[in-house]
Design a protein around this ligand. Sequence first.
Ligand SMILES: [Zn+2]
Length: 135
Amino acid sequence: MPECEVCGKVVSEKRKIRLGGSELEVCSDCVSLGEEITKKEVKVYMHVSSPDFVPDIEEREVVSDLSEKVRKARETLGMSQKDAAQRIGIQESVFRRIESHGFRPDDQTLRRIEKGLNIHLLKKTEDDVMDILDK
Ligand SMILES: [Zn+2]
């Protein structure tokens, strides 16, 4: 059964919210904690494909070993997941998802992680741009 990512309650129907720059799947009790994302919005958010699509500087490629890098940086700093999340200013559950499941948060959150853990997660090289344009 799916669980609410905020309170951990088992829910039959999850709802998506945007909270602190991340998307969370929550129960109906926790929807009010963030801005609810409707299905229509999610579609727009998830899919970017038009003939004129040019990679925006705000939508940068993330290092492939995101979770690994985050975990190593945190361990180097001797912090728990909770400490790191607090320092970065995101929810512990979000941090855990990034570290354990390679969840990719939005660029704003990634920048906060970069700053908080003193690492680089976003990259932008010519090869990456070509790669995006080829698709
Ligand atoms: Zn909940």
